[in-house]
Design a protein around this ligand. Structure first.
Ligand code: ATR
Length: 275
C-alpha cells in the first residue's frame, strides 16, 4: 500500500485526507492518506522519518511551507520563485518539492468559465497565499493590484512580480477607484475565519466582478456575503483546495485525478448556506 500524508501544526482541520482517500477509492488505488501533526522544532526529524517510513509523498501546510525547503533535494522553479512548497514527491529516494497552490487557484477560476488573460485582478493581502496565486496569475497575463494592511509588503510583492515580467502595482488596504474597475477580487487574508466583519465596505464594486474569498470554513464569510449582495458572482476557497489536491495527485501518480469524487468528498464535509 502506498502512503501519503499532510504535515502541519495544527493539522486536525485539514480536509486533504477526506479528499485524497475518496480519490483513491474512486480510482481503485491501494493507498492511504493521513494527517500528521508535527511539532515545529521537529520538522527535520519528521522529514527523515517520512522518507524512511516509506511515504511516497506528502502535502505541507502551515507553518512548514517555507521551512521544508532546506530538507528537500530539489525544488521546482515555480516553488522556488514562490519560496514555498505544498507538495513533496519521493522520487527514487529523492525528495522533490512543488507548489500547486497558485495553479490550483487558477484552475478553479478557469473551470468556472473565467478567462484570466488581460483581466484586472485585485488581491487583498500580500502573504504566502497571495504570492503563490499572483505568480500563476502573471503567467496568464492578468494585471494585478495588491492591497495590504502593511503597504510595504504589497510593494515588495509587486516589485517581485514586475521583475518576473508581470504587470503588478500596489496600494493600501482601503476602498478606492479599484472597486469599480476590478474584474476579479481575491480575499487572501485571515479576516473572516472567526466570522469577523471585513474592515471596509465593498460599496461601488463592479457587479460583473468575480469575488473569491480563500476562506472555506466558514463557507460564507461576511465579505463574500456583501459581495453577493452587490450582485457579484462569488466563490470560496474550496475549489482552490480541490485543485491544489488534484494537481498534487497528478504529480504523485502521473495520471488524471478523479476530480468529481474528490470534490464530492469535500462538499460532504462543508455546508454552504447563502441565506
Ligand atoms: P497566508 O499564507 O495565509 O497568506 P500570511 O503569509 O501570514 O498567511 O499572510 C497573512 C496576510 O493576511 C497578510 O497580508 C496580512 O497583512 P499584513 O501583511 O499587514 O500583516 C493579512 N492580514 C492578517 N490579518 C489581518 C487583519 N486583521 N487586517 C488586515 N490584514 C490582515
Amino acid at each position: 500500500m502506498k502512503k501519503f500524508a499532510v504535515i502541519g501544526c495544527p493539522v486536525e482541520h485539514s480536509l486533504s485526507p477526506v479528499m485524497h482517500n475518496a480519490g483513491y477509492k474512486a480510482a481503485g488505488i491501494n493507498a492511504e492518506y493521513e494527517r500528521l501533526l508535527i511539532q515545529p522544532e521537529s520538522l527535520g526529524q519528521a522529514v527523515k522519518e517520512l522518507k524512511s517510513g516509506g511515504y511516497s509523498g506528502w502535502n505541507v501546510t502551515f507553518p512548514f511551507k517555507e521551512q521544508i525547503i532546506p530538507y528537500l533535494d530539489k525544488v521546482t522553479e515555480q516553488a522556488q520563485r514562490i519560496g514555498a512548497v505544498n507538495t513533496v514527491k519521493v522520487d527514487a529516494g529523492s525528495l522533490i518539492g512543488y507548489n500547486t497552490d497558485g495553479e490550483g487557484f487558477v484552475k478553479s477560476v478557469e473551470n468556472n468559465g473565467f478567462n484570466l488573460r488581460g483581466k484586472k485582478v485585485i488581491i487583498l493581502g500580500a502573504g504566502g497565499a497571495a504570492k503563490a496565486i499572483a505568480f500563476s496569475l502573471i503567467s496568464r497575463k492578468a494585471e494585478i493590484v495588491i492591497l495590504n494592511r502593511t503597504p510595504s509588503k504589497a510593494e515588495k510583492l509587486a516589485e517581485i512580480l514586475t521583475s518576473a515580467g508581470g504587470k503588478a502595482s500596489w496600494g493600501s488596504f482601503q476602498p478606492g477607484g479599484w472597486l469599480s474597475e476590478a474584474e476579479l477580487l481575491i480575499q487572501t487574508t485571515s479576516i473572516g475565519l472567526r466570522d469577523e466583519e471585513f474592515p471596509f465596505s465593498l460599496r461601488g464594486i463592479n457587479p460583473a466582478a468575480l469575488v473569491i474569498d480563500l476562506i472555506y470554513n466558514p463557507p460564507v464569510t461576511k465579505f463574500l456575503r456583501e459581495a453577493k449582495r452587490y450582485g457579484c458572482k462569488v466563490m470560496n476557497g474550496l475549489e482552490m483546495l480541490l485543485y491544489q489536491g488534484v494537481l498534487a495527485w497528478e504529480i504523485w501518480f502521473d495520471q488524471e485525478a478523479p476530480v468529481a469524487a474528490m470534490k464530492n468528498a469535500l462538499l460532504e464535509k462543508t455546508v454552504t448556506n447563502w441565506s
